[in-house]
Design a protein around this ligand. Structure first.
Ligand SMILES: O=C(O)[C@H](O)[C@@H](O)[C@H](O)[C@H](O)COP(=O)(O)O
Length: 243
């Protein structure tokens, strides 16, 4: 399926439009099947969208949104690096979510202590439980992207990116700090109906071009992520410069 590629004058426009489309997609999903499922991401754009939704989330019924994370840093719960904590500050503390439908990955001082493999296995269990034995077909998976094409904590030429069986894996040697992370794998990302890339900055242009020209996921992990219904690239001008 051909991705939709949208190019904005600046980051603020990108975030405003993505937040508006988030409201449309989630309210449509709720009208269609009751509870919408969304996978959140970290990064500056992923968090800016959450801030925008805290200010105005249109007709979203937050009690009927199931929230997951594409990855998180395996750090203590109160570490500012944690994607979950950033999402809590930006959005979750400001809207009436149902805590039973909010599914953060375990921190390094949580129920599994420092055992990252147990924490990753637990998250695989969460996905399976919510999906009644299968990974849910998420309505939306948001993705940030690094300059070398990483998405979630799937970095180029790593076993995590090559994983084809497990749904969730531990990463112990992330090239980008902090080194310990938990991440969904590509087969799980690709069960999402919509996959949206939120990408700004000239340092992302080479990866954006690679993904648009059919590169291999091992080289450019972003090239391996697709929604079953739609794949949308939200880009600012510098990120789109090599298209
Ligand atoms: O896990 C991390 O180290 C980062 O969160 C990273 O994956 C980030 O999401 C992307 O690099 C996009 O970041 P920006 O949206 O800020 O470009």
């Amino acid at each position: 399926m051909i991705p939709e590629t949208l190019v904005f004058d600046d980051k603020a426009d990108l975030v405003t439009t993505a937040a508006r489309r988030f409201v449309d997609l989630v309210t449509r999903a709720q009208a269609d099947h009751g509870v919408a499922s969304v996978v959140l991401t970290g990064g500056s754009n992923g968090i800016a969208i959450l801030r925008s939704l805290a200010a105005d989330s249109g007709g979203i019924d937050w009690a009927k949104v199931e929230l997951f994370w594409g990855d998180d840093r395996f750090v203590p719960d109160d570490d500012p690096e944690r994607n979950y904590g950033q999402a809590r500050d930006a959005l979750l503390d400001h809207v009436p979510v149902d805590p039973a439908r909010v599914h953060p990955m375990a921190p390094s001082d949580g129920a599994f202590g420092d055992d990252i493999d147990a924490a990753a296995a637990d998250y695989a269990g969460v996905l399976s439980r919510v999906g009644a034995g299968q990974v849910p077909h998420f309505d939306l998976h948001l993705l940030g992207m690094g300059g070398e094409g990483h998405i979630n904590s799937l970095f180029p030429h790593t076993t995590a990116t090559a994983e084809s069986m497990k749904t969730v894996v531990a990463v112990e040697d992330s090239p980008k700090p902090p080194p310990r992370r938990i991440t969904l794998t590509l087969p799980v990302v690709n069960r999402s109906k919509a996959v949206w890339f939120l990408v700004a900055g000239a340092d992302k242009a080479e990866a954006v071009a690679a993904a648009h020209s059919g590169a291999h996921a091992a080289d450019w992990p972003c090239a391996g992520a697709h929604g079953t219904d739609e794949t949308v690239w939200f880009l600012d001008q510098p990120a789109a410069a090599r298209l």
